[in-house]
Design a binder for this molecule. Structure first.
Ligand SMILES: NC(=O)c1ccc[n+]([C@@H]2O[C@H](COP(=O)([O-])OP(=O)(O)OC[C@H]3O[C@@H](n4cnc5c(N)ncnc54)[C@H](O)[C@@H]3O)[C@@H](O)[C@H]2O)c1
Length: 349
Protein backbone atom coordinates (compact mmCIF):
# COMPACT_ATOMS: atom_id res chain seq x y z
CA UNK A 1 0.00 0.00 0.00
CA UNK A 2 1.36 3.43 -0.94
CA UNK A 3 2.12 5.48 2.20
CA UNK A 4 0.03 8.59 2.71
CA UNK A 5 2.29 11.68 2.65
CA UNK A 6 1.08 14.10 5.32
CA UNK A 7 2.09 17.66 6.14
CA UNK A 8 1.27 19.43 9.41
CA UNK A 9 0.72 23.20 9.46
CA UNK A 10 1.01 24.79 12.92
CA UNK A 11 3.90 23.70 15.17
CA UNK A 12 2.88 25.48 18.37
CA UNK A 13 1.63 23.66 21.47
CA UNK A 14 -0.62 21.05 19.81
CA UNK A 15 0.80 20.44 16.31
CA UNK A 16 3.89 18.53 17.55
CA UNK A 17 1.59 16.02 19.32
CA UNK A 18 -0.09 15.30 15.99
CA UNK A 19 3.29 14.95 14.26
CA UNK A 20 4.48 12.51 16.95
CA UNK A 21 1.36 10.34 16.65
CA UNK A 22 1.09 10.41 12.85
CA UNK A 23 4.69 9.19 12.63
CA UNK A 24 3.68 6.00 14.45
CA UNK A 25 0.99 5.05 11.91
CA UNK A 26 1.78 2.38 9.32
CA UNK A 27 1.55 3.43 5.67
CA UNK A 28 1.86 7.10 6.65
CA UNK A 29 4.80 9.49 6.37
CA UNK A 30 4.99 12.96 7.88
CA UNK A 31 6.80 14.57 4.99
CA UNK A 32 6.64 18.27 5.90
CA UNK A 33 5.82 20.78 8.60
CA UNK A 34 4.89 24.41 8.10
CA UNK A 35 4.76 27.41 10.46
CA UNK A 36 5.15 31.15 10.08
CA UNK A 37 7.15 31.15 13.32
CA UNK A 38 10.69 30.10 12.43
CA UNK A 39 11.55 29.37 16.06
CA UNK A 40 8.73 26.82 16.41
CA UNK A 41 9.54 25.33 13.02
CA UNK A 42 13.20 24.73 13.82
CA UNK A 43 12.31 23.35 17.26
CA UNK A 44 10.08 20.65 15.73
CA UNK A 45 12.51 19.98 12.88
CA UNK A 46 15.21 19.48 15.50
CA UNK A 47 13.13 16.56 16.80
CA UNK A 48 12.55 15.07 13.33
CA UNK A 49 15.43 16.15 11.04
CA UNK A 50 14.18 14.10 8.07
CA UNK A 51 10.97 16.18 7.87
CA UNK A 52 11.02 19.14 5.47
CA UNK A 53 10.31 22.43 7.28
CA UNK A 54 8.80 25.33 5.34
CA UNK A 55 7.37 28.76 6.10
CA UNK A 56 5.71 29.22 2.70
CA UNK A 57 2.26 27.59 2.76
CA UNK A 58 1.89 27.70 -1.04
CA UNK A 59 5.10 25.71 -1.45
CA UNK A 60 3.96 23.35 1.35
CA UNK A 61 0.72 22.67 -0.54
CA UNK A 62 2.04 22.46 -4.08
CA UNK A 63 5.76 21.77 -4.00
CA UNK A 64 6.20 18.75 -1.75
CA UNK A 65 3.83 16.09 -3.05
CA UNK A 66 1.55 15.86 -0.01
CA UNK A 67 -1.59 13.71 -0.09
CA UNK A 68 -3.00 15.18 3.12
CA UNK A 69 -2.75 18.25 5.34
CA UNK A 70 -3.28 18.59 9.09
CA UNK A 71 -4.24 22.08 10.27
CA UNK A 72 -3.18 22.82 13.88
CA UNK A 73 -3.05 26.62 13.89
CA UNK A 74 -5.14 29.10 15.91
CA UNK A 75 -8.84 28.85 15.01
CA UNK A 76 -8.95 32.07 12.96
CA UNK A 77 -6.51 30.42 10.48
CA UNK A 78 -8.40 27.12 10.14
CA UNK A 79 -10.71 28.29 7.35
CA UNK A 80 -8.19 29.94 4.97
CA UNK A 81 -5.59 27.19 5.40
CA UNK A 82 -8.09 24.29 5.15
CA UNK A 83 -9.86 25.88 2.18
CA UNK A 84 -6.58 26.19 0.27
CA UNK A 85 -5.69 22.58 1.13
CA UNK A 86 -9.08 21.23 0.02
CA UNK A 87 -8.99 23.27 -3.20
CA UNK A 88 -5.54 21.78 -3.87
CA UNK A 89 -7.15 18.33 -3.61
CA UNK A 90 -5.57 17.37 -0.27
CA UNK A 91 -7.34 15.22 2.32
CA UNK A 92 -7.65 17.61 5.25
CA UNK A 93 -7.74 17.26 9.02
CA UNK A 94 -8.64 20.38 11.01
CA UNK A 95 -8.21 20.78 14.74
CA UNK A 96 -11.25 21.70 16.84
CA UNK A 97 -13.26 23.85 16.52
CA UNK A 98 -13.44 23.37 12.75
CA UNK A 99 -13.66 27.11 11.88
CA UNK A 100 -14.76 30.49 13.22
CA UNK A 101 -18.30 30.36 11.80
CA UNK A 102 -20.83 27.88 10.47
CA UNK A 103 -20.74 29.61 7.07
CA UNK A 104 -17.03 28.80 6.84
CA UNK A 105 -17.70 25.19 7.88
CA UNK A 106 -20.47 24.80 5.29
CA UNK A 107 -18.13 26.00 2.56
CA UNK A 108 -15.37 23.61 3.64
CA UNK A 109 -17.82 20.68 3.72
CA UNK A 110 -18.95 21.52 0.21
CA UNK A 111 -15.44 21.87 -1.22
CA UNK A 112 -14.40 18.53 0.30
CA UNK A 113 -17.49 16.86 -1.16
CA UNK A 114 -16.94 18.40 -4.58
CA UNK A 115 -13.26 17.38 -4.67
CA UNK A 116 -13.90 13.90 -3.26
CA UNK A 117 -11.38 14.25 -0.43
CA UNK A 118 -11.60 13.34 3.25
CA UNK A 119 -12.44 16.14 5.68
CA UNK A 120 -11.96 15.22 9.33
CA UNK A 121 -12.14 17.34 12.50
CA UNK A 122 -10.15 16.87 15.72
CA UNK A 123 -12.88 15.99 18.19
CA UNK A 124 -10.16 14.11 20.04
CA UNK A 125 -12.10 12.69 22.97
CA UNK A 126 -14.33 10.52 20.78
CA UNK A 127 -11.21 8.45 20.07
CA UNK A 128 -10.37 7.99 23.77
CA UNK A 129 -11.05 4.75 25.62
CA UNK A 130 -13.03 6.38 28.50
CA UNK A 131 -15.51 7.93 26.05
CA UNK A 132 -15.73 4.76 23.98
CA UNK A 133 -16.51 2.83 27.19
CA UNK A 134 -19.11 5.40 28.31
CA UNK A 135 -20.79 5.15 24.91
CA UNK A 136 -20.81 1.36 25.17
CA UNK A 137 -22.35 1.44 28.68
CA UNK A 138 -24.98 4.04 27.70
CA UNK A 139 -25.93 2.23 24.49
CA UNK A 140 -26.28 -1.08 26.37
CA UNK A 141 -29.08 0.53 28.42
CA UNK A 142 -27.24 -0.25 31.67
CA UNK A 143 -27.68 3.22 33.20
CA UNK A 144 -31.28 3.59 32.00
CA UNK A 145 -32.45 6.79 30.35
CA UNK A 146 -30.04 9.72 30.65
CA UNK A 147 -31.51 12.52 32.79
CA UNK A 148 -28.69 15.01 32.49
CA UNK A 149 -24.96 15.40 31.84
CA UNK A 150 -22.77 17.83 33.76
CA UNK A 151 -19.26 18.78 32.57
CA UNK A 152 -16.56 20.85 34.24
CA UNK A 153 -13.36 21.75 32.38
CA UNK A 154 -11.44 24.28 34.46
CA UNK A 155 -7.86 25.42 35.04
CA UNK A 156 -5.61 28.50 35.07
CA UNK A 157 -4.95 29.40 31.36
CA UNK A 158 -3.93 28.70 28.59
CA UNK A 159 -5.50 32.03 27.56
CA UNK A 160 -6.28 32.28 23.83
CA UNK A 161 -6.39 35.59 21.96
CA UNK A 162 -8.73 34.83 19.06
CA UNK A 163 -11.44 32.80 20.85
CA UNK A 164 -13.14 32.78 24.24
CA UNK A 165 -13.05 29.91 26.70
CA UNK A 166 -16.29 28.41 25.36
CA UNK A 167 -14.80 28.08 21.86
CA UNK A 168 -11.54 26.75 23.34
CA UNK A 169 -12.62 24.19 25.94
CA UNK A 170 -16.32 23.46 25.45
CA UNK A 171 -15.83 21.76 22.02
CA UNK A 172 -14.49 18.73 23.88
CA UNK A 173 -17.59 18.49 26.08
CA UNK A 174 -20.07 19.32 23.31
CA UNK A 175 -18.62 16.65 21.00
CA UNK A 176 -18.81 14.08 23.81
CA UNK A 177 -22.40 15.05 24.74
CA UNK A 178 -23.65 14.87 21.13
CA UNK A 179 -21.93 11.52 20.69
CA UNK A 180 -23.38 10.03 23.88
CA UNK A 181 -26.91 11.36 23.41
CA UNK A 182 -26.80 10.89 19.62
CA UNK A 183 -29.04 13.91 19.32
CA UNK A 184 -28.78 17.58 18.39
CA UNK A 185 -29.99 20.05 21.08
CA UNK A 186 -33.15 22.09 20.66
CA UNK A 187 -31.63 25.21 22.25
CA UNK A 188 -28.58 26.61 24.01
CA UNK A 189 -28.10 29.14 26.80
CA UNK A 190 -24.76 30.66 27.68
CA UNK A 191 -23.63 33.10 30.33
CA UNK A 192 -20.10 34.27 30.96
CA UNK A 193 -17.70 37.06 31.72
CA UNK A 194 -14.43 38.50 30.41
CA UNK A 195 -12.34 39.26 33.51
CA UNK A 196 -8.82 39.46 32.10
CA UNK A 197 -9.03 40.46 28.39
CA UNK A 198 -11.88 42.73 27.33
CA UNK A 199 -14.22 40.94 24.94
CA UNK A 200 -12.70 37.47 25.48
CA UNK A 201 -14.80 35.56 28.03
CA UNK A 202 -12.60 33.53 30.36
CA UNK A 203 -15.49 31.89 32.27
CA UNK A 204 -18.65 30.52 30.62
CA UNK A 205 -21.58 28.30 31.56
CA UNK A 206 -23.39 26.65 28.66
CA UNK A 207 -26.61 24.72 28.96
CA UNK A 208 -27.93 22.54 26.13
CA UNK A 209 -31.59 21.45 26.08
CA UNK A 210 -32.63 18.17 24.48
CA UNK A 211 -35.94 16.38 23.94
CA UNK A 212 -37.75 14.74 26.87
CA UNK A 213 -36.53 17.28 29.43
CA UNK A 214 -32.94 16.15 29.11
CA UNK A 215 -30.19 18.72 29.35
CA UNK A 216 -26.43 19.10 29.62
CA UNK A 217 -24.41 21.78 31.39
CA UNK A 218 -20.85 22.75 30.53
CA UNK A 219 -18.73 24.92 32.78
CA UNK A 220 -15.53 26.20 31.15
CA UNK A 221 -12.90 28.39 32.80
CA UNK A 222 -9.33 29.63 32.36
CA UNK A 223 -9.49 31.18 35.82
CA UNK A 224 -9.58 28.30 38.29
CA UNK A 225 -6.81 27.52 40.74
CA UNK A 226 -7.24 23.75 40.32
CA UNK A 227 -7.35 21.78 37.08
CA UNK A 228 -10.67 19.93 36.76
CA UNK A 229 -11.75 17.61 33.93
CA UNK A 230 -14.95 15.98 35.11
CA UNK A 231 -18.18 14.73 33.63
CA UNK A 232 -21.18 13.18 35.38
CA UNK A 233 -23.82 11.26 33.45
CA UNK A 234 -26.95 10.75 35.48
CA UNK A 235 -29.20 7.93 34.33
CA UNK A 236 -32.50 6.70 35.70
CA UNK A 237 -30.84 3.46 36.92
CA UNK A 238 -27.14 4.24 37.37
CA UNK A 239 -24.70 7.14 37.17
CA UNK A 240 -21.24 7.46 35.64
CA UNK A 241 -18.50 9.78 36.88
CA UNK A 242 -15.59 10.41 34.49
CA UNK A 243 -12.53 12.10 35.95
CA UNK A 244 -9.97 12.45 33.19
CA UNK A 245 -7.22 13.50 35.61
CA UNK A 246 -7.19 10.13 37.35
CA UNK A 247 -4.28 8.13 35.97
CA UNK A 248 -5.94 4.71 36.09
CA UNK A 249 -9.46 4.85 37.49
CA UNK A 250 -10.95 7.43 35.15
CA UNK A 251 -14.47 5.96 35.15
CA UNK A 252 -16.68 4.90 38.01
CA UNK A 253 -20.19 3.54 37.55
CA UNK A 254 -22.45 4.03 40.58
CA UNK A 255 -25.44 1.80 41.15
CA UNK A 256 -27.45 4.56 42.84
CA UNK A 257 -30.82 6.10 42.11
CA UNK A 258 -33.76 7.83 43.74
CA UNK A 259 -37.32 6.70 43.10
CA UNK A 260 -40.70 8.09 44.03
CA UNK A 261 -43.41 5.72 45.22
CA UNK A 262 -45.75 4.98 42.29
CA UNK A 263 -48.81 6.13 44.29
CA UNK A 264 -49.68 7.14 47.85
CA UNK A 265 -52.79 8.35 49.63
CA UNK A 266 -51.47 10.56 52.42
CA UNK A 267 -48.35 12.65 52.81
CA UNK A 268 -47.32 10.39 55.70
CA UNK A 269 -47.18 7.40 53.32
CA UNK A 270 -44.99 9.28 50.85
CA UNK A 271 -41.32 8.25 50.96
CA UNK A 272 -38.56 8.52 48.40
CA UNK A 273 -36.69 5.29 47.93
CA UNK A 274 -32.91 5.65 47.77
CA UNK A 275 -31.10 2.77 46.14
CA UNK A 276 -27.42 2.24 47.02
CA UNK A 277 -25.73 -0.62 45.19
CA UNK A 278 -22.12 -1.42 44.33
CA UNK A 279 -20.00 0.91 42.27
CA UNK A 280 -17.42 -0.44 39.84
CA UNK A 281 -14.46 0.79 37.84
CA UNK A 282 -14.51 -0.39 34.22
CA UNK A 283 -11.22 -1.61 32.79
CA UNK A 284 -9.88 0.72 30.12
CA UNK A 285 -7.24 0.09 27.50
CA UNK A 286 -4.37 2.58 27.64
CA UNK A 287 -3.73 4.33 24.35
CA UNK A 288 -3.27 7.98 23.51
CA UNK A 289 -6.49 9.18 21.79
CA UNK A 290 -4.37 11.00 19.21
CA UNK A 291 -2.96 7.65 18.12
CA UNK A 292 -6.45 6.24 17.33
CA UNK A 293 -7.45 9.55 15.76
CA UNK A 294 -4.35 9.56 13.52
CA UNK A 295 -4.99 5.95 12.52
CA UNK A 296 -8.62 6.80 11.70
CA UNK A 297 -7.61 9.71 9.46
CA UNK A 298 -5.17 7.52 7.51
CA UNK A 299 -7.74 4.67 7.31
CA UNK A 300 -10.40 7.04 5.93
CA UNK A 301 -7.96 8.30 3.28
CA UNK A 302 -7.01 4.76 2.26
CA UNK A 303 -10.47 3.17 2.33
CA UNK A 304 -12.70 6.14 1.46
CA UNK A 305 -14.64 5.64 4.73
CA UNK A 306 -16.49 8.60 6.23
CA UNK A 307 -14.74 9.89 9.38
CA UNK A 308 -16.55 9.48 12.71
CA UNK A 309 -15.78 13.17 13.27
CA UNK A 310 -16.15 14.59 9.77
CA UNK A 311 -17.14 17.98 8.40
CA UNK A 312 -20.78 17.51 9.37
CA UNK A 313 -19.90 16.91 13.02
CA UNK A 314 -17.50 19.88 12.91
CA UNK A 315 -20.25 22.09 11.48
CA UNK A 316 -22.81 20.96 14.09
CA UNK A 317 -20.40 21.79 16.88
CA UNK A 318 -19.63 25.24 15.48
CA UNK A 319 -23.37 25.94 15.16
CA UNK A 320 -23.71 25.26 18.88
CA UNK A 321 -20.76 27.54 19.68
CA UNK A 322 -22.25 30.28 17.51
CA UNK A 323 -25.56 29.95 19.32
CA UNK A 324 -23.69 30.08 22.63
CA UNK A 325 -22.04 33.34 21.54
CA UNK A 326 -25.43 34.73 20.52
CA UNK A 327 -26.89 33.76 23.89
CA UNK A 328 -23.90 35.33 25.69
CA UNK A 329 -24.67 38.65 24.01
CA UNK A 330 -28.31 38.27 25.08
CA UNK A 331 -27.25 37.62 28.72
CA UNK A 332 -28.10 33.92 28.63
CA UNK A 333 -31.39 34.02 26.72
CA UNK A 334 -32.11 30.71 24.94
CA UNK A 335 -31.20 30.42 21.26
CA UNK A 336 -33.17 27.78 19.32
CA UNK A 337 -31.99 25.36 16.65
CA UNK A 338 -34.89 24.48 14.38
CA UNK A 339 -33.09 25.64 11.24
CA UNK A 340 -29.89 23.89 12.21
CA UNK A 341 -31.57 20.52 12.60
CA UNK A 342 -33.13 20.81 9.17
CA UNK A 343 -29.74 21.75 7.74
CA UNK A 344 -28.00 18.81 9.42
CA UNK A 345 -30.66 16.44 8.06
CA UNK A 346 -30.25 17.87 4.57
CA UNK A 347 -26.49 17.44 4.78
CA UNK A 348 -26.70 13.81 5.81
CA UNK A 349 -29.28 13.01 3.09
N1 LIG B 1 -7.74 18.39 20.32
C1 LIG B 1 -7.20 18.90 21.39
O1 LIG B 1 -7.26 18.31 22.48
C2 LIG B 1 -6.48 20.22 21.31
C3 LIG B 1 -5.68 20.67 22.35
C4 LIG B 1 -5.02 21.89 22.20
C5 LIG B 1 -5.20 22.65 21.06
N2 LIG B 1 -6.01 22.18 20.08
C6 LIG B 1 -6.24 22.97 18.85
O2 LIG B 1 -5.04 23.00 18.11
C7 LIG B 1 -4.93 24.23 17.40
C8 LIG B 1 -3.61 24.90 17.74
O3 LIG B 1 -3.60 25.23 19.10
P1 LIG B 1 -2.22 25.54 19.86
O4 LIG B 1 -2.55 25.59 21.30
O5 LIG B 1 -1.16 24.59 19.39
O6 LIG B 1 -1.89 26.99 19.32
P2 LIG B 1 -0.47 27.70 19.33
O7 LIG B 1 -0.74 29.15 19.24
O8 LIG B 1 0.40 27.17 20.43
O9 LIG B 1 0.21 27.20 17.96
C9 LIG B 1 -0.28 27.57 16.71
C10 LIG B 1 0.90 27.62 15.71
O10 LIG B 1 0.36 27.94 14.42
C11 LIG B 1 1.26 28.86 13.79
N3 LIG B 1 0.52 29.63 12.77
C12 LIG B 1 -0.41 30.58 12.97
N4 LIG B 1 -0.88 31.02 11.78
C13 LIG B 1 -0.24 30.32 10.82
C14 LIG B 1 -0.29 30.31 9.39
N5 LIG B 1 -1.13 31.12 8.73
N6 LIG B 1 0.52 29.47 8.74
C15 LIG B 1 1.37 28.65 9.39
N7 LIG B 1 1.46 28.61 10.75
C16 LIG B 1 0.67 29.44 11.44
C17 LIG B 1 1.77 29.73 14.92
O11 LIG B 1 2.98 30.35 14.57
C18 LIG B 1 1.93 28.72 16.05
O12 LIG B 1 3.23 28.14 16.08
C19 LIG B 1 -6.17 25.06 17.80
O13 LIG B 1 -7.16 24.86 16.84
C20 LIG B 1 -6.60 24.41 19.12
O14 LIG B 1 -7.99 24.56 19.36
C21 LIG B 1 -6.63 20.99 20.17
Amino acid sequence: MKPVAIGVVGCGYWGPNLVRNLRKIDHCTVKAICDVNVGRLSHVQGLYPEVEAVTDYKHFLNGIGLDAVVVATPVSQHYPLAKAALLAGKHTFIEKPMASSSAECEELVEIAKRNGVVLMVGHTFLYSFPIRKIKEIVDSGDIGEIRYINCRRLNLGLFQKDINVAWDLAPHDISIILHILNEFPSSVNCQGNAHVTAGVEDVTNISLSFRNNRFATIQSSWLEPRKVREMTIVGTRRMIVYDDLQPNEKLRVYDVRVERPPHYNTFAEFQYSYHYGDSYIPHLQQEEPLRSLSQHFVDCIQTGATPVTGGREGLELVRILEAASESLLAKGAPVGFEATRKYAQALSA
